[in-house]
Design a protein around this ligand. Sequence first.
Ligand SMILES: Cc1cc2nc3c(=O)[nH]c(=O)nc-3n(C[C@H](O)[C@H](O)[C@H](O)COP(=O)(O)O)c2cc1C
Length: 311
Amino acid sequence: MSGFKNLRVVDNFYQTSLFFPMPAVLISTLTDDGKTTCGPYSLLAPFYVAGKDYYAFILEARNSSNTAQNLIKHKKCVINFLPDDRGTFREMVRLGWPGDKPEEKMKDFRFHLEDGHRKAEDPDGVYPQVISEALQAVECTWVDTLDNAQDTQPLPEGQDHYVLDKYHDFNGITTPYGAHFVLRIDKILMKEKYYNGIVNGVKRSDFPPLPVDYGYRDSKNFWYHKHRWMLPELLPQRETTVQSVRYAANRLQTDVEFTDEALAMLVKVPRIFLPTALKGCVKWAEENNVKKIDVEQMKIINDKRSKEKGK
Ligand SMILES: Cc1cc2nc3c(=O)[nH]c(=O)nc-3n(C[C@H](O)[C@H](O)[C@H](O)COP(=O)(O)O)c2cc1C
């Protein structure tokens, strides 16, 4: 007999029928008078991670929330990742009371606000501010053209949801009470300690203490998990043979040749990525009029790749 019971899938299944680890962040947006207001959110996930002209998150929000309405009107937001202490989480929960107007909730705001890097680059522009206590913050812009959502109208005063003939699929107003926002990443800002960790190689102590919201909640409590310590798990170290790299290289439609020593530098590349890696080398060789790729040329190609990644 199976050890699993079957739970009903209902509205807000991630809160009612699952334990679902998620971030807990405060999102800053702009009010109509250019001030910054903040609301807590968890339904946030990386959406475009590679291969597009830009990188993006997706956010799911009640469409009558201040955050959703401000994004519809002013497009910009900051995703603030605050540390996991109890007072901070209590403030996040306070800011999550549905229906509070920005002036009501922000008058007792216990954090500090400062201009972000977008404002520094464009002093005449109006941008939501960053929470100074955040350990990292991401400045974003709603890509309203996706799913043709650019004509999305703000909710008229006094209405608590949308009644539309048609709802969007994944961007804009997606249901009577819901909205999704594809948020282009404009800047990632990080406190120096964690910045240094990422740039110089992260040690166990370099992970910021961020709260993890477990999805599940009841009518009394919001539950979250404090950061304790990180455990490293070694990645598998698999190597293929020079022969199998040679086999993949021989299948390329090119006159460019590889020495065995050059191919030996690719033995750690997982087989599924080998054709792409080899094609990258051939492209470089053709652009640079190189007929045979040896260790020297591979080093140049690798350098070029690391520089591109660094950018
Ligand atoms: C930790 C936490 C996470 C939350 N996550 C979400 C979420 O992902 N989406 C959502 O619509 N509401 C979420 N809520 C509820 C909103 O915070 C609530 O609707 C609030 O009124 C939004 O504030 P705003 O109107 O200033 O945007 C969350 C609340 C808390 C405390």
